[in-house]
Design a protein around this ligand. Structure first.
Ligand code: KG4
Ligand code: ZN
Length: 341
């Protein structure tokens, strides 16, 4: 009988200290996330120095909690998977050093994981991946359409030229006076309003799968300022609904066009903005007439940063023989295509 595979994942690229253990690549046996959102809220965004300090304080506690949840001695773990990048360098370093210390102390293989590969592989905790596939990655730092012809091979066919989708959500929320991170607040507000305000959609050149959200963000800010100057009142829920509709229309239209053009079997949704209820609904509507393309959407807890997704990507990369030396360093600007294996 084949021995079970146990992978520990460690994620500290931004403002979540997370450790998870998964069995045979797809079954979560421990998933601990310590969020720092409360500490960053009053600054309206993530403060890198504060993030690093919190990671240092939390990492050992979170590690112990994950082992306790799994009821597994560390010696049973087959490999330690850790986010090497992209992200905040000081934050990444805490996870990378924790992973190296465990790997060294217990003589375990170390598997480096690209953060976005992790977001994509969150979907493997939902269902088996079928190739070729397309992933729509929408997070705080990235907006990308990633084509995969096989495991561990990532090809970016479209990406944002300016703001990421999550970044646009956060900035618009801030303009409307809502706390960081603004995405969930806009999502909630949008459902109470009507998309009655005319806002732009950046389609870019014919055939391009790239995105651009900075013009939309500026249009929202201008709408608010113009109304203020004229002494008019804009309903924030209508503005939220109009903004969200614009983002979703572009994301869904491009994802659908690319999925058809590339003849994929699955469209995977990935990243923090994948938690958006409007986006989830619009995607299922758009793909309802295409039974040959399976739409896979992770549960909310696996959309935002977590370590189960890092372990899931790590499991495949471990099987494919990807390893890091104990000299592994954080790589804050790591590109996903550089990570191909
Ligand atoms: O993937 P993630 O947790 O961190 C990064 O790797 O960037 O994504 C965080 C982003 C934030 O911008 C947050 O506002 C956004 O995801 N987000 C949402 C929702 N939940 C989180 N955006 C829109 N609607 C949501 N429900
Ligand atoms: Zn993320």
């Amino acid at each position: 009988m084949k021995k079970d595979q146990w992978i520990m994942g460690i994620e500290t690229s931004c403002d979540e200290t997370a450790v998870a253990i998964i069995k045979n690549g797809r079954e979560i046996v421990a998933n601990v996330v310590a969020s720092q959102i409360e500490s960053h809220k009053r600054f309206g965004g993530v403060v890198p120095e504060i993030a690093s300090r919190h990671h240092v304080e939390q990492i050992t506690i979170v590690l112990e909690e994950a082992l306790l949840q799994a009821g597994l001695p560390i010696q049973e773990v087959d490999a330690i998977a850790v986010t090497e990048g992209p992200g905040l360098v000081g934050a990444l370093l805490i996870g990378v050093n924790a992973a190296k210390a465990i790997a060294f102390a217990h003589n375990l293989p170390l598997v480096p994981v690209h953060h976005i590969a992790g977001h994509i592989y969150a979907n493997r905790l939902v269902t088996e991946m079928q190739f070729p596939l397309l992933a729509l990655v929408v997070s705080g730092g990235h907006t990308e359409l990633v084509f995969m012809k096989e495991h561990g091979y990532f090809e970016v066919i479209g990406e944002t030229r300016d703001d990421a989708a999550g970044e646009a959500f956060d900035k618009v929320a801030r303009t409307l006076g809502m706390p960081y991170p603004g995405g969930p607040h806009i999502d909630r507000l949008a459902h109470e309003g009507v998309p009655s305000i005319d806002l732009p959609r950046a389609w870019l050149e014919e055939g391009s799968y790239d995105f651009s959200f900075s013009g939309l963000k500026s249009a929202v800010i201008n709408t608010v300022h113009n109304a203020e100057q004229r002494g008019e009142k804009i309903k924030p829920e209508d503005l939220a609904a109009s903004f969200q509709e614009s983002v979703i229309e572009v994301l869904v239209t491009k994802a659908k066009k690319a999925a058809i053009e590339y003849g994929v079997k699955q469209l995977l949704l990935a990243g923090g903005v994948a938690a958006n209820k409007g986006l989830r609904a619009a995607l299922s509507q758009a793909f309802s007439n295409y039974p040959e393309i399976e739409l896979v959407v992770p549960p909310l807890s696996l959309c935002t940063d977590n370590a189960a997704m890092i372990a899931a990507a790590g499991s495949i990369m471990f099987e494919k023989g990807k390893r890091a030396e104990l000299s592994l360093n954080a790589n804050p600007g790591l590109e996903i295509e550089e990570y191909n294996h």
